[in-house]
Design a protein around this ligand. Structure first.
Ligand SMILES: Cc1ncc(COP(=O)(O)O)c(C=O)c1O
Length: 389
């Protein structure tokens, strides 16, 4: 075993102990009122899309994030789909998204009949590089009466979707500037960043709309679930309408005024969410502690760095991430192999989205940094329960 492989494995063992037999990347924790709330929901028989927990969960999410409105839905992908529609994205439009993201970001764009247009990320935040985007748009786009137009494809560029990777906030100030200059709506993919703030403001509340995911692997979970965040009352009403089959309120009539979706979060899932969000501050405290423990161990290891929260930000440290100083698929895969063989579930970052078959022909900016990051990022086990203290 070479030095880096040995040090990497030793680092994991120092922080996590020996696997017995396996340490997953991220486990949910149900040590609060989860059983009680879910039982109460079952006892009430209101397990579906109507019930006190789904309303309560929305209030708690709005309070926690500081968004004026929170609309709970079945998952983060559905949330992003509707958020994009409400931002004005339609068939044939292009949407700027980072090439370095989970596939759901691109899928939500495709669900609108639109086309992902991939842009580069920056080393520090792992998120969209605002300055590279500005330079790119200068060459690739023109503004005309229909909005921002891709000079080469002639399609409208309808929105920008920053994503806060692994919980680390993107540089929102610079991105908001670019978006303002080009009159582009921002829809924030904050699927991974519940609990993360940029300059004291919660991620997902900077753009016209934002979304969060409550999938089983996230900081808190509802089993499956998501939320749309917005400060605009009219948009919030539309979000609720579109995610609840566009049914007009009536005691018995089934009148629906447009084609819409059955995306409402069930009360049963929301009951779990209400119990989970009570524990969020403690989860975040322990996840930060775990990140500090990793930091202590990995700062002395040559060739590898722990990604830490950018300046002016507080990260939820959803998934701790190591970055190889010298990007190398070969070294990355060697480290992944020894960690997984030893019982520590570690993963590479996502394959860049333009390399997936369904998105291979989509327009894209030069992606030098995303390419480097793809060959250098490794997620390591991040469950809060591994924090000591
Ligand atoms: C960046 C990103 N966007 C969107 C999603 C979609 O969320 P969900 O899995 O709840 O549909 C996820 C996560 O799963 C994600 O990581």
């Amino acid at each position: 075993m070479k030095n880096l492989e040995r040090d990497f494995l030793q680092g994991l063992e120092t922080v996590l102990g020996k696997p017995n037999p396996f340490i997953p990347l991220h486990e949910p924790e149900f040590t609060g009122n989860e059983w009680e709330r879910v039982k109460d929901c079952l006892d009430s028989t209101f397990v579906s899309s109507v019930g006190k927990y789904v309303d309560r969960f929305e209030v708690l999410l709005a309070e926690y994030t500081g968004a004026k409105y929170a609309i709970a839905v079945v998952n983060g992908t559905a949330a992003l789909h509707i958020a994009l529609l409400l931002a004005g994205v339609g068939p044939g439009d292009e949407v700027l998204i980072p090439a370095l993201s989970f596939v759901a970001t691109a899928n939500a764009v495709a669900h609108c009949g639109a086309i992902p247009h991939f842009i580069d990320s920056e080393i520090e935040t792992l998120g969209v590089d605002a300055e590279a985007l500005r330079t790119y748009l200068k060459n690739c786009a023109i503004v005309d009466a229909n909005g921002l137009i891709n000079r080469f494809t002639k399609r409208r560029i309808a929105a920008l979707v920053p994503m806060h990777s692994y919980g680390h906030p993107v540089n929102m100030t610079s991105l908001l500037d670019v978006a303002k200059d080009y009159n582009l709506p921002i829809v924030e993919d904050a699927a991974e960043s519940l609990g993360s703030t940029y300059c004291g403001q919660h991620t997902g509340t900077f753009g016209q709309l934002g979304i969060v995911s409550f999938n089983g692997n996230k900081v808190i979970t509802t089993g499956g679930g998501g939320v749309i965040l917005t400060n605009d009352e009219e948009v919030a009403q539309q979000a609720k309408h579109l995610t609840t089959t566009a049914k007009l309120p009536h005691r018995w009539e089934f009148f629906h005024d447009r084609v819409a979706w059955n995306y409402r979060l069930p009360n049963l899932n929301a009951a779990l969410g209400c119990a989970q969000i009570e524990q969020l501050p403690d989860f975040l405290r322990r996840k930060r502690l775990l990140a500090e423990q990793y930091q202590k161990v990995f700062q002395d290891i040559d060739g590898i760095n722990l990604v830490s929260e950018p300046k002016y930000c507080k990260s939820n440290y959803w998934l701790n991430t190591l970055r190889l100083e010298k990007p190398s698929f070969e070294m990355r895969d060697r480290l992944l192999t020894i960690a997984n063989d030893s019982g520590y579930q570690c993963r590479p970052t996502w394959n860049l989205l333009h390399k997936l078959p369904m998105y291979a022909d989509c327009p894209r900016a030069p992606l030098p940094v995303a390419e480097q990051l793809e060959a250098s990022l490794i997620n390591i086990p991040s469950s809060a329960k591994f924090a000591r203290g």
